[in-house]
Design a protein around this ligand. Sequence first.
Ligand code: ZN
Length: 371
Amino acid sequence: MSISINAAFDSGNIVVESVDGTSARLSIRKDRDSDFFQWFHFRVACTVGDALDLAITGLSASAYPDGWPDYAVCASSDREHWFRLDTSYDSAAGTLTVRHTAESPILWLAYFAPYSMERHHDLVASVAECEGVTYRCLGTSLEGQPIDCLEMGTGDTQVWLYARQHPGESMAEWWMEGALEKLTDPADPHARSLRQKCRFHIIPNMNPDGSCRGHLRTNFAGVNLNREWDNPTPERSPEVLAARNAMDATGVDWAMDVHGDEAIPAVFLAGFEGIPSLKAGQTEKYKAFQSALAANTPDFQVDLGYVESAPGKANLSMSTTQLAERFGAVSMTIEMPFKDNRDLPDPVQGWSPERSKLLAHACLATLDQLI
Ligand code: ZN
């Protein structure tokens, strides 16, 4: 009996090229109206004991070919616990191959543990009910989904946390779940302290359309939202326009934009070095946060990361630089790996939802030290 493969569900993405017994040749669908592709999420119905041989092809043309060497596919049989499968990558052919003996009648595979829109709504509903939390809908996406924002805290320091501009970076919303759990824990000392000092504005998912559709990087219109912050429009990027208008109304003192990086096997920060109006204190606070976070968790490091932009050369279409320039904010992009933290690897899970949530806890504890 042949295996059957399906991706017709929330954040599903796979194209079945051919199936032969327990082997399949697959490819990844491009984000709608764009050339980006890298995110995949599908299920395999099989028989326990099947020798699955799954090849995802055409990856030389994917958004980040460097993301595939040393990467291992995420899998789950219960859609709760996600683990890694033995994976190999043939760079010349652009083919990622998983060979796995099936231990369950249905196996779910994904680029990273998915964060479904159902779970998003569960998260927003449960946090909105917590003492001292205000829910706001900032606007709607191109397909009419709400851009949800949760607010809390009584202080004057305006802190904006937002995630999943790039919808395939699902670790970003796991980070958000960790952040929201900590901030709404009445017993948590950092949360109590932060809520006295700050007003938090938290957008767990900036790109619900791309999330549903199984996109890597863009919204319904094929637009990369993190290149829209200098000039968002209702036609292309209402998600960004809604968030930026709300930020204009409150101001921004600290901001964190949460992402995943395909190629670099580490957690790292990217800042705003090249903005035209860079202030000394602004950079010092950013560097102090970076050092303190490295001291607070061995899952963070400062050696690997992006090249800093030269003075005056920042790309102001990106949120981190736009908010640093626009508000004088201490603004940062935090990147988690699709692969693993090479300095502290976990061969079973790799980088995981659990570690994403704990990283959020460390970031908030660090923020409490710095504010
Ligand atoms: Zn990203």
